[in-house]
Design a protein around this ligand. Structure first.
Ligand code: GLC
Length: 544
């Protein structure tokens, strides 16, 4: 199946729209905002987990895969959402967290009560000391001891997120049933959470070089497991995207390749680590833009050569807001938000937009640890203090890196709590909502919202954006992202100035401007001059 003409919009329901005054977003809230999403022009809505969960990791700790958590609504609400979205031409994608379950899940409860059948659903090891030296991605050891069993269980994330044992065929059957269930409800696609971590080796050993990830990332049976899941659950024609943690190009070609029977596309995160010092998320560094461009170049070209397919994106519920991270969230906020959107939307791949990105929403601006809700951020705050940082230093790091930057409530209007809730929001609203909100953006013809809308329309209009080949231009320029798309004699050129400094580049030929974040274009037929954060999209004009 080809999803090259589609655009996906990610909704984090908890922060999208509250409909019942409890300060937590819910499914009826999403229904209320469907017209807005249809106006933007997106094809699929990916909803992050709203299943029964203790919410230790905001729903990524699932206690029942087939029930709606009452705090988000009811199954009837979900059915109505599917129906109402469908009427507006949008399909729903659900988030399947199949690497682990919550320790509140019935399976884990039975395992903990001593049932050997259910213990084999998870990865338990006996012994006095830690089975391996692996580190949890949220900090601390990746094993938790259960005294009544005298055993440890593996958790690559929080200690309440126990890793499932995919080597057990019963586990695989259970998960296929979950997919069949949701397919039966009219769900059109799935996003698979950290799915390249599902296959662990039979024998687990200490990692002398790192935190253990090299043993389970793109693990021994991951491709077989995915093929089996997709085939047996009958989801091969649906849109499926895998979240691939620290993956490799070779593996992504297999995960998303035409005819491999795995997924339609994958997310990788290498381009979102160019501001990690020595690969450490909690050590700040200005973004290395030359590295960013090299990464796009390599991944785009190699995925094209190998017939793989990318999910292209800057933002999601785990990433800081891109305009604060790679753009300028003050003077050039709108212009740089549009430029960053242009970079992504014309690449070879299916673009993903994260709620609020289309408004140019910024980082949260939190200044106190009490404002943070995220388990990872709170853990790392303590880890940073233990490592000798002052509270002010640790808060500066969180302000740049916390996942809560993406989780502040969607800014709908200039009213109380940005129109998100008339209750007490579960997480503080970013205080710039009076200026940055959907209502204002819809009124303003040249808003970031309308620019995203134009990018989506352009994709629908031009097959070259959907299917064209890509090649990168001006490789010696580290601050200008420029590329060419071509298909059957059609051609699109994209120029994005990543900085506030003006740039001039040689350009000859017959082109016309199709889109840009400045009203005009500075091009004399020989040289194109790009103003601060300027983005221009040109199409070739045939001179017949
Ligand atoms: C993914 C999710 C993230 C979650 C983690 C564990 O990375 O996007 O939000 O915390 O998996 O499920």
């Amino acid at each position: 199946m080809d999803f090259s003409n589609k655009v996906v919009y990610e909704i984090y329901p908890k922060s999208f729209q509250d409909s019942n005054h409890d300060g937590v977003g819910d499914l009826r809230g999403v229904i209320q905002r469907l017209d807005y999403l249809a106006e933007l022009g997106v094809d699929y809505l990916w909803l992050t987990p709203f299943f029964v969960s203790p919410q230790r990791d905001n729903g990524y700790d699932v206690a029942d895969y087939c029930r709606v958590d009452p705090r988000f609504g009811t199954m009837a609400d979900l059915e109505e959402l599917v129906e109402q979205a469908g009427r507006r031409g949008m399909g729903l994608m659900l988030d399947m967290v199949f690497n682990h379950t919550s320790t509140q899940h019935r399976w884990f409860q039975k395992a903990r009560a001593g049932d050997p059948v259910y213990q084999d659903y998870y990865i338990f090891r006996s012994g006095e000391k830690l089975p391996t030296n692996w580190v949890s991605k949220f900090g601390g050891p990746a094993w938790k001891y259960v005294p009544e069993l005298g055993k440890w269980y593996l958790h690559l994330f929080d200690e309440t997120q126990a890793d499932l044992n995919w080597n057990n065929p019963r586990v695989r059957e259970e998960l296929k049933n979950v997919l069949r269930f949701w397919k039966g409800k009219g769900i059109q696609g799935f996003r698979f959470d950290v799915v390249n971590l599902i296959s662990k080796p039979d024998v687990l050993e200490d990692d002398q070089e790192g935190d253990g990830r090299r043993f389970y990332t793109d693990g021994p049976h991951v491709h077989e497991f995915l093929q089996e899941l997709v085939r047996d659950a009958g989801i091969g024609d649906m849109i499926t995207v895998g979240e691939m943690s620290s993956t490799s190009l070779e593996n992504c070609l297999q995960y998303s390749g035409a005819g491999t029977g795995e997924l339609s596309m994958c997310f990788n995160f290498h381009h979102l680590k160019v501001d990690y010092r020595d690969g450490d998320k909690w050590s700040l560094m200005p973004p290395d833009r030359a590295a960013l461009l090299r990464l796009f170049d390599t991944w785009q070209i190699k995925m094209q050569e190998g017939n793989g397919w990318n999910a292209v994106f800057w933002c999601n519920h785990d990433q800081p807001r891109v305009v604060s991270r790679l753009g300028d969230d003050s003077v050039y906020r709108e212009v740089s938000a549009k430029m960053l959107a242009t970079c992504i939307h014309l690449l070879r791949g299916t673009p993903y937009i994260y709620q609020g990105e289309e408004l140019g929403m910024t980082n949260a601006g939190f200044t106190s640890i009490d404002q943070y809700r995220d388990v990872e951020s709170r853990n790392y705050y303590q880890i940073l203090l233990d490592a000798g940082k002052t509270p002010a230093e640790a808060l500066d790091i969180l302000a740049a890196r916390s996942r809560d930057n993406a989780r502040t409530p969607m800014q709908w209007d200039a009213g109380e709590n940005a129109g998100f809730t008339d209750g007490e929001p579960w997480i503080p609203v970013q205080s710039n909502y009076r200026e940055i909100n959907a209502e204002a953006a819809l009124r303003q013809p040249d808003s970031v919202f309308h620019y995203y809308q134009a990018l989506i329309r352009l994709r629908k209009e031009l097959p070259v954006i959907q299917e064209g080949d890509i090649s990168f231009l001006y490789p010696d320029q580290s601050d200008v992202f420029a590329y060419r798309r071509t298909l059957d004699g059609e051609e699109v050129l994209v120029f994005c100035n990543l900085l506030s400094k003006e740039r001039s580049l040689p350009l000859t030929g017959c082109y016309e401007k199709r889109l840009g974040n400045y009203p005009d274009i500075q091009w004399d037929g020989q040289t194109v001059t790009l103003r601060p954060y300027e983005a221009v999209v040109l199409t070739a004009v045939s001179n017949l």
